[in-house]
Design a protein around this ligand. Structure first.
Ligand SMILES: [Zn+2]
Length: 79
């Protein structure tokens, strides 16, 4: 009887461990996804901060360029 109890404990113990590992994997996955989103958001806001929307007076190109490199990518003119 004592052996059976031991065996049952072992199964429950192993079951918990397996569940913990699965939970850990799921949490790690969620964490990685959130971290990626956070990094992406940070990168996006940084790009937003250092870029401005311009319209080239020469060729009419419209779009975003770096704040400190205001050069039209189509005709190379400084704007
Ligand atoms: Zn241009």
């Amino acid at each position: 009887m004592e052996e059976l109890q031991k065996l049952l404990d072992q199964i429950i113990y192993d079951g918990y461990r397996l569940r913990d590992i699965a939970l850990g994997i799921v949490l790690a996955g969620i964490f990685i996804i959130l971290l990626r989103k956070l990094i992406w958001a940070m990168k996006a806001s940084k790009t937003e901060e250092y870029s401005i929307r311009i319209k080239c007076p020469k060729c009419g190109w419209e779009g975003k360029v770096g704040k400190y490199a205001r050069i039209c990518p189509r005709c190379g003119r400084k704007v």
